[in-house]
Design a protein around this ligand. Structure first.
Ligand SMILES: *[C@@H]1O[C@H](CO)[C@@H](O)[C@H](O)[C@H]1NC(C)=O
Ligand SMILES: *[C@@H]1O[C@H](CO)[C@@H](O)[C@H](O)[C@H]1NC(C)=O
Ligand SMILES: *[C@@H]1O[C@H](CO)[C@@H](O)[C@H](O)[C@H]1NC(C)=O
Ligand SMILES: *[C@@H]1O[C@H](CO)[C@@H](O)[C@H](O)[C@H]1NC(C)=O
Length: 456
């Protein structure tokens, strides 16, 4: 079996690829800092300027709780391996051009609790690998339109406790920010939002868009959007129902906890009930060969009446699928866009992309699902299924084989066959349990709900 070979040989194969342990040069650690391995801590030192001679091999640099008020261009140029930079609790008012020159490896940037006022377009230009951006508790009144452009790997951005009255939602698209799942805009001064832009944000982001404790103005568009998020059980709404308030006619004193007191909005038309599995953005599905799988097409357009939506799927093994092209085949494409494959084959593995098009509004949105079909039990894994799952399942299989393989000397072939059948069932059952356990962890608890694809 190729996969157990995989398991045992893997660590040795990886060994030469690991980076050599960094050498710590005592002489290149500034006196005010502590250098351990590739981490440098210079926090709470009353620094007003960057220390000189920072070790060039550093991966983590902590400059928090100081009195830095300005960073010159190229301050971190000689630290090309930097991945985490903590600048929280300083007195920065602005970032000049080129501050992050040559630090394009940066993945976590903490600029919280400073005095920044405008997030300018050029701030993070070099940081195309950035995943986490902390800007809470500043004095930010404006985020320029292109400021988050060019950050394709951005996952989480925190802007709470600032003075924002608007935000460039239009600059965030499925294509430009495919990984963005958290955008915290709570505790700002947001009043009237462009709800039509919010409604077409990528679904994964709508789930993690935090807007509580603002100065939102009550109107039907606001209610409709939040009602939809509530129906779908988004944590950003569920966990902050008390703090989600809006003010009637913009009067701060007349504020309503609008999800708890929906009667104020009974004239607003809202989406009634949602059928089937609600809101789902499970990016991958693992299914045993021969099983049935249903892939939903929930996109940012899904809140709208689906009678105006037109769905097409692009599948790895059968090309483009439309309602007319699947007629007469075993596949089904329901009016809500769900693709139903009654018995998946190995060659059905791959990326499925659903496109929902709203012709009236000339909008379209896509949903991407990675499908992995597990070969029948006992065969080796030839697909690019994750090594971890591959290994664990293999170990499980080996154990099952060790304990359950029919004895060879009983001479009863029938008994052997029936055991084998039940073994296959067991494998499937085991897999199912395994998936149930694995899925929530894999997504760091972002998706608490049981994923919406149906497993039959
Ligand atoms: C940028 O980093 C590289 C190492 O990745 C280094 O060789 C180069 O000198 C740095 N550029 C500048 C301008 O310091
Ligand atoms: C709400 O926002 C205000 C500033 O707008 C802040 O002072 C306050 O602490 C916030 N409250 C909560 C509960 O976050
Ligand atoms: C709702 O609509 C009715 C008539 O259609 C109107 O009389 C009533 O004032 C409206 N209520 C609110 C809260 O706007
Ligand atoms: C979807 O929208 C993009 C522009 O946003 C357009 O280029 C593309 O042709 C559209 N696709 C469909 C299938 O309408």
């Amino acid at each position: 079996m190729t996969s157990d070979l995989h398991c045992s040989v893997l660590p040795f194969l990886l060994l030469p690829l690991l980076p050599p342990l960094p050498l710590v040069h005592a002489d290149s650690c500034p006196a005010v800092c502590l250098c351990v391995s590739d981490t440098v801590s210079c926090s709470s030192r009353g620094l007003t300027r960057l220390p000189v001679n920072l070790p060039p091999v550093s991966v983590t640099l902590d400059l928090g709780y100081n009195r830095l008020w300005s960073l010159g261009p190229g301050g971190f140029t000689l630290m090309p391996r930097l991945e985490t930079l903590q600048l929280g609790h300083n007195q920065l008012r602005a970032l000049g051009p080129g501050v992050f020159f040559n630090t394009s490896g940066l993945r976590h940037l903490d600029l919280s609790s400073n005095r920044l006022q405008v997030v300018e377009k050029h701030y993070f230009q070099e940081l195309w690998r950035l995943e986490e951006l902390l800007l809470f508790n500043n004095r930010i009144t404006q985020v320029e339109g292109g400021a988050l452009g060019g950050l394709p790997w951005l996952k989480k951005a925190y802007f709470s406790l600032n003075l924002l009255t608007h935000f460039p939602f239009f600059s965030i698209k499925e294509q430009s920010h495919p990984s963005l799942t958290t955008l915290d805009l709570s505790s700002n001064r947001l009043g009237r939002l462009p709800w039509e832009q919010v409604d077409v944000l990528p679904t994964a982001l709508q789930r993690g868009l935090y807007l509580h404790n603002n100065s939102l103005v009550c109107d039907c568009s606001l209610y409709r959007t939040f009602h939809r998020w509530e129906v779908r059980g988004y944590d950003s709404v569920k966990d902050f129902e008390e703090e989600l308030t809006c003010s009637i006619f913009g009067n701060r004193r007349a504020s309503v906890r609008f999800l708890l007191h929906g009667r104020f909005f009974h004239n607003c038309s809202v989406e009634r009930g949602v059928s089937g599995p609600v809101s789902v953005l499970l990016p991958s599905v693992v299914v045993p060969h021969g099983d049935r799988v249903r892939l939903d097409c929930q996109t940012s357009l899904s809140g709208r009446s689906s009678s105006h939506l037109w769905f097409t799927w692009l599948s790895p093994s059968r090309g483009a699928l439309t309602p007319s092209s699947v007629r007469g085949s075993v596949l089904r494409l329901s009016p809500d866009g769900t693709l139903d494959i009654p018995a998946v084959r190995l060659e059905d593995s791959g990326t499925y992309v659903c496109t929902a098009v709203d012709h009236r509004l000339a909008l379209n949105a896509t949903r991407r699902v990675e499908v992995t079909v597990l070969p029948p039990a006992g065969e080796s894994f030839s697909t690019g299924y994750t090594t971890l799952v591959g290994c664990v399942v293999t170990v499980g299989l080996i154990l099952i084989y060790l304990y359950l393989t029919p004895c060879h000397y009983c001479g009863n072939r029938r008994a052997g066959t029936s055991r084998r059948v039940s073994l296959q069932k067991q494998f499937h059952r085991q897999n199912r349990l395994f998936l149930i356990e694995l899925s929530p962890q894999k997504h760091e608890g972002v998706w608490k709900q049981w994923p919406g694809w149906t497993y039959l």
